[in-house]
Design a protein around this ligand. Structure first.
Ligand code: PLP
Length: 379
């Protein structure tokens, strides 16, 4: 099946009891057994639930993977991957990544004896210098949040395979519509489903997808043991959202292109970070591993003043000032004081998250209205 067909049909089938075309919300914690140990595949909803199961199968299919698991948030999905490691293990991670990922690495897992190296990965050759016999995981985010750096997944997978290291890719920004990391050699894909997959700013959820049965066993063991699962109602909402993922993503990409070009031509704007520009340092890699360039854009202001950035954030109207991204409505955010406040100033500035950096999640409204909103905010 092609992507749009999978988005609508993969993992779901008419309800066996009633024929309902939409997967029912199985709002139940437990399931009656015919006799001890004889049940219909579902024993307790932390372990598995039919609505969640349909979503997990759908997400696995979208990423060309065998196994999917859904969690109560993107962070809970990341937590699951890190719990596959042991004290003494080392992780090599993208240096410019979502602040919450940095926080869980540094403030939760470091104290359990896991060591993290934050590395600029725009050139995959940089990674090899950090590998030693303790390295067990390479964590990649691409495009990165918020600098829109592009990391070559296939080149990184070549390195991870050579050294027998697990490669996990946070595919939140690209979504499976634009990029399929398992096809490029990654072992695990992580999603903040909260973003484009949920798509309507009404659900918090995470997911992992993989092909390898051993990794899958670990993933399901931790999902069930730690219990950070997602609810049947939320699973239903995301199944519903995914049916239009391809349509939404197409419009996010079209609008993203219009806004990126508008910003690049604006006299008050200094730099614009968007992988669709030929001038983007890894544009060629983006073209190779993504089918389009998405609706996430970051930009800085001439003079780099925090107060100028704040004024724009306070003035824009259609671009609503809010955390998060990937919904149908456009959002505007200030990474230095919002999503990346957990990262020390020197570290965030070294990664490019300067005081005037503004991040846009371009929604699916009419592009002309979005441009005039930004024109007003910048004036
Ligand atoms: C790239 C990325 N990864 C992970 C997360 C964490 O996901 P959640 O907020 O669903 O826990 C986010 C949240 O903003 C994100 O942007």
């Amino acid at each position: 099946m092609k992507f749009g067909t999978k988005a609508i049909h993969a993992g779901v089938s008419p309800d066996s009891a009633t024929g309902a075309i939409m997967t029912p919300i199985y709002q139940t914690s437990t399931y009656v057994q015919d006799e001890i140990g004889n049940h219909k595949g579902y024993a307790y909803s932390r372990s598995q639930n039919p609505t969640r199961h349909a979503l997990e199968k759908n997400l696995a299919a979208l990423e060309n993977g065998k196994h999917g698991a859904c969690f109560g948030s993107g962070m809970a999905a990341i937590d699951c991957v890190l719990k596959m490691l042991n004290p003494g293990d080392e992780v090599i991670s993208t240096n410019d990544l979502y602040g919450g990922t940095y926080r869980i690495f540094k403030t939760i897992f470091e104290k359990y004896g896991i060591k993290f190296h934050f590395v600029g990965m725009q050139n995959a050759d940089n990674i090899e210098g950090y590998i030693n016999e303790n390295t067990k995981l390479i964590w990649v985010e691409t495009p990165t949040n918020p600098m829109m750096n592009i990391i070559d997944i296939a080149a990184t997978a070549k390195i991870s395979k050579k050294h027998g290291i697990m490669l996990a890719v946070d595919n939140t920004f690209a979504t499976p519509y634009l990029q399929n990391p398992l096809d490029l050699g990654a072992d695990i894909i992580m999603h903040s489903v909260t973003k484009y997959l949920g798509g309507h700013s009404d659900v918090v959820m995470g997911a992992l997808i993989c092909n390898d049965d051993t990794i899958a066993n670990e993933m399901y063991r931790i999902q069930n043991s730690s219990g950070a699962v997602t609810a049947p109602m939320d699973s239903f909402l995301v199944l519903r959202s995914i049916k239009t993922l391809h349509l939404r993503m197409q419009r996010h990409c079209e609008n993203g292109k219009v806004i990126a070009n508008f910003l690049a031509a604006h006299p008050k704007v200094d730099k614009v970070y968007w992988p669709g520009f030929v001038s983007h340092p890894n544009h060629e890699i983006a073209k190779r591993q993504m089918s389009d360039f998405g609706g996430m854009i970051s930009f800085t202001l001439v003079g780099d003043k925090m107060e100028d950035a704040h004024a724009i954030l306070n003035k824009s109207k259609l671009f609503a000032l809010a955390e998060s991204l990937g919904g149908v409505e456009s959002l505007i955010g200030h990474p230095a004081t919002m999503t990346h406040a957990a990262i020390p100033k020197v570290d965030r500035e070294a990664a490019g998250v300067v005081d005037s950096l503004i991040r846009l999640s371009v929604g699916v409204e009419d592009a002309e209205d979005l441009v005039s909103d930004l024109e007003d905010a910048l004036s």
